[in-house]
Structures are given as C-alpha cells and as structure tokens.
Design a protein around this ligand. Structure first.
Ligand code: GLN
Length: 492
C-alpha cells in the first residue's frame, strides 16, 4: 500500500500522471496528517476545503490533459504570503483577523500550477527569529527529538512551521522566506532541503515585508529535485515588484545533474569559527570529500569580511523593519486599541504596544535608533558600506571558484526556550547564512548527516547571482553522496 505522505513531490507527480492514485486520495491523506499533527502547532490556519477543491480540479485537469506543473500536490504556505480570502497574520497579534483581498504573486503562481494549499504555516512574528518561538500563536515544536530524550526542540526559524510540516510529512513542500537564513537554518534543523534563490528571483509582491532589501521567497521540501520543481513554478519576473529580475527561469528539475566535473568549489576559511560544533566541522570535511569524489576541484578561498556580516545584518534588517512596520498603526490593518478619550497618537501607541511582541519591539527600537539623525552615519551608513564590502568578497571569490560549500548553522536544533533569554546567542544561529543574504546570492541547505544526538545537520551551497541551477546541481551531488534517509519518529 502506498503511504501517500512519504512520497516525494516528484513521486506524487508521477503517480498522479500515471493515474496510480487520484489527487483527492493524495490530498485527503495529507489533510488527515495535518489534523493528527496539531501538537506540532505548525499551522496557524488549516484550509482542508481549499485543498480538496484544488485536488478535484487537479483530477479533472489530469483527466483532460490540462494539468499544470504541480497539479494536485499538497503544499503548505508560510503565513507571511498574503492569500486571498484566507487569514494572513505574519504570526503577529497585530494582524489577527486580517484577510487579504489579493493573492501574493508566488502563491498565485503555485495555485495556477495546480498546487493544493493545506493551510497557512506558523513562523516567527514578522519572520524575526531563528526558533519559531516569537510567534503570537505559540511556538512550533520540531517533529525531531534527540536520542533517548522527550525534550521538545525548536524547528528553526523563522520558517519553522514550514520546516516542521515538511519534515513531519504533512505536506510535500512548503513556501518559506529567507531574510538572513530563515529557509536554510530551519531546513538544516529538521533534516530537509531548502533553497533561497537570488534576490529578485521570486516576486516579493504580496509577501508581508520584514527587510525589503533582503527578503526573498523560496522553497522547502524533502529532496533537491522537489525544491527544483517548486522553484520553477514560483520564480519569474513580476512587474508588480520593482526589484524583480527580468530573467528567464530554466526548467531546473529537468536539468538536474549530479556531476561536478569541471566545477571549482570554494571553501571559505573564515567560516571555520571558534565554538563551532565538532560534528558540524566533521560533516563539513565530509562534504568536501563528497564534492571532490563527484568531480569538483576544491579551492581554498577567503571572504575577509565574514566576521562583520552578523553585526551588519542586525543594523540593516532592523532599520528596514522599523520603516516597514510603521504601517501597523491601528488604522489600516488588523488590531486597533483606542483608549477612551485618547488622541490619535494614544491609539497608535496603545495598538502597537498591544499588537507587537518583544522581539519585534526590540527590532523597531534598534532600527529607529540606527536611523536617527545622530547615529545614521555611525551605524546605518557604515553598515551599508560594509554590506558592499561583503558583496565584493563574494565577487572576488567567484574569480577562483564557481560555488561555495559551508555548514548551514553552527549547531543542531536546540531545546525549546534555550536561547529566548539571550538574543545574541539566538542571532549567532545566522552566522553562516547571513553573508549570502546581504550579497543577494542563491543558497541552499541540504540534509547531510546526524550529530551524535541523532539530530540533523545541514550543508550549505552558495552560488553566483542567478545560478540557481548550479546550486541545485551541487546540492543534488551532495544529496546523493550523503544518502540522508533519516526521518523523525512520530510522537504526536
Ligand atoms: N534569524 C534571522 C532574524 O531573526 C533571519 C530571519 C529571516 O531570515 N527571516 O532576523
């Protein structure tokens, strides 16, 4: 008997095309899995009726030969993407009850391709976080547990609902967004694959903004090929997003190749950091050996400003966030708290005080501080200059290599609550992911091994602008070498 929820996206597509099963059966099995997995808190809203209606439409399209790329494929949507007629909150109390009248470009493309939306996935509030603990809807619990332990672990963040849902086999794939690592780090924590394409590859139109010069949509799925197919459906030029890139989108899945012959893979020496978990370092060395076996030439490269990436990000991202979040004022969207007899300013203050959580307030305060007249030059302007140097580091590296191979995160998943009291420790999660975000480069995490506690670890491939195919191919080669088959044992 086929266990529908264990199939890869490509196996689902092939089974549907061969009419081995119907989209209704496939999507129905996932609807049941979503209901059974409520202890994970991965979904903020479940939309079984939308999923089943899409399944029926897919069955009809499959029967008459008009099926799209993702006909009948069950997917989850991060609740940062506006979905027409379905509550969209960014996991913030300030947007509870907000129902968009429009569809984000990315979700519109997925639905046009026939994907069936199971619901809206939990995340860190406004995508600010690395553990999915800042959500106003409560934390997401990872489906994974360390060997011999019942202690709840974080699924990574901010796309923690997406990572948990894909790892727990609740959907074939999910959308994520990545501003500083929010696709790659949660993918690494939950033993799945995730790609953040080049900045501008996927339209930002209809995605709730965090830091606009960094935000980029991408895919989380269990295999590289599954990510490739989803990305193909999502990506592409959109005149509604002024930073959208007008470049053709290749048929990534068809062009996948696991040979790295003729490719030079750079190993950035600054990524070897004090305090890096020894299992992470060992896996990195293993990854280098796998890449060499697949035909790559390994080269030592230097990205001298790597150490400045995190402080730069934590100036630029909060600055943009403080500006983007100014729109939540109690007038236009969601929550309104209007004290009796109060002024307009009282309403703004009361609404924002009640509507935003701690981490969001911290970012708004940092952001307004670094943008304030007295400190703009010292912080924001300086950070912009350092950002340019970080991008230049990569440009120099591309003179001697085609791709970069690094760990995705410095540790495996940590316990729920372990880092909430220490924002710096939380921010350090992004040390390996943030540089590619600041430079706008495509980057992918693949599950590559387990640490001594039996928890997944990821490897990251970074590529040149618009070379998603190169990133996917190298990831595919490493995926084949790693042969990662571990899955969480069901406890929910
Ligand atoms: N963890 C990082 C932050 O908190 C990145 C988040 C993201 O990529 N959305 O800002």
């Amino acid at each position: 008997m086929t266990i529908f929820t264990d199939l890869t996206l490509l196996a689902m597509r092939d089974g549907l095309a061969a009419r081995d099963f119907t989209a209704r059966e496939l999507v129905g099995a996932h609807v049941t899995a979503v209901e059974a997995a409520r202890p994970l808190n991965a979904f903020i809203v479940e939309t079984p009726e939308i999923a089943l209606a899409a399944a029926d439409a897919a069955d009809a399209a499959l029967a008459n030969g008009s099926a799209g790329l993702l006909a009948g494929i069950p997917v989850g949507i991060k609740d940062l993407f506006c979905t027409k007629g379905v509550q969209t909150t960014a996991a913030s109390a300030i947007l509870k009850g907000f129902t968009p009248r429009y569809e984000s470009t990315v979700t519109a493309r997925l639905f046009d391709a026939g994907a069936a939306m199971l619901g809206k996935l939990n995340l860190d509030e406004f995508a600010m976080g690395s553990s999915n603990e800042t959500s106003a809807f409560g934390p997401v619990i990872s489906p994974w547990r360390a060997l011999g332990s019942q202690a709840p672990l974080v699924p990574g963040g901010s796309s923690g609902g997406s990572s948990a849902a894909v790892a727990a086999r609740l959907c074939a794939a999910a959308t994520g967004t990545d501003t500083g690592g929010s696709i790659r780090q949660p993918a690494a924590f939950t033993g799945i694959a995730g790609i953040k394409p080049t900045y501008g590859r996927c339209s930002r139109w209809g995605i709730i903004a965090f830091a606009s010069s960094l935000d980029q949509a991408g895919v989380m799925a269990r295999t590289v090929a599954d990510c490739a197919l989803m990305l193909e459906a999502m990506a592409g030029y959109d005149p509604k997003d002024s930073t959208s890139l007008n470049a053709p989108v290749p048929a990534y899945a068809k062009a996948l190749s696991g040979s790295l012959k003729g490719k030079r893979i750079g190993i950035p020496r600054e990524y070897r950091m004090d305090g890096m978990d020894s299992a992470v370092d060992a896996l990195w060395q293993q990854g280098i050996a796998w890449a060499r076996d697949a035909g790559a030439e390994i080269v030592d490269v230097s990205l001298p400003h790597t150490g400045e990436a995190l402080p730069t990000y934590y100036i630029v991202a909060p600055a943009e966030a403080s500006s983007n979040l100014a729109r939540y004022d109690g007038v236009r969207y969601g929550m309104r708290v209007a004290p009796d007899g109060g002024t307009l300013n009282d309403m703004y203050e009361a609404t924002r005080a009640a509507g935003f959580g701690h981490e969001v307030k911290r970012r708004i305060m940092i952001g307004t501080y670094v943008l304030s007249a007295g400190y703009y030059d010292a912080y924001y302007l300086k950070a912009q200059k350092v950002r340019a140097l970080i991008a230049q580091d990569f440009e120099h590296a591309w003179e001697s290599c085609d791709l970069l191979l690094t760990p995705t995160a410095p540790t495996a998943a940590f316990g729920l609550g372990a880092k909430m009291a220490d924002p710096i420790a939380m921010y350090l999660n992004d040390v390996f992911t943030v540089p590619a975000s600041l430079a706008g480069l495509p980057a992918m995490s693949i599950p590559a091994g387990l640490d001594p506690d039996g928890l997944p670890l990821g490897l990251q491939i970074i590529g040149r602008p618009l070379d998603e195919q190169g990133v996917l191919n190298a990831s595919y080669a490493l995926e084949q070498a790693a042969g990662f088959v571990a899955a969480p044992t069901r406890w929910w």
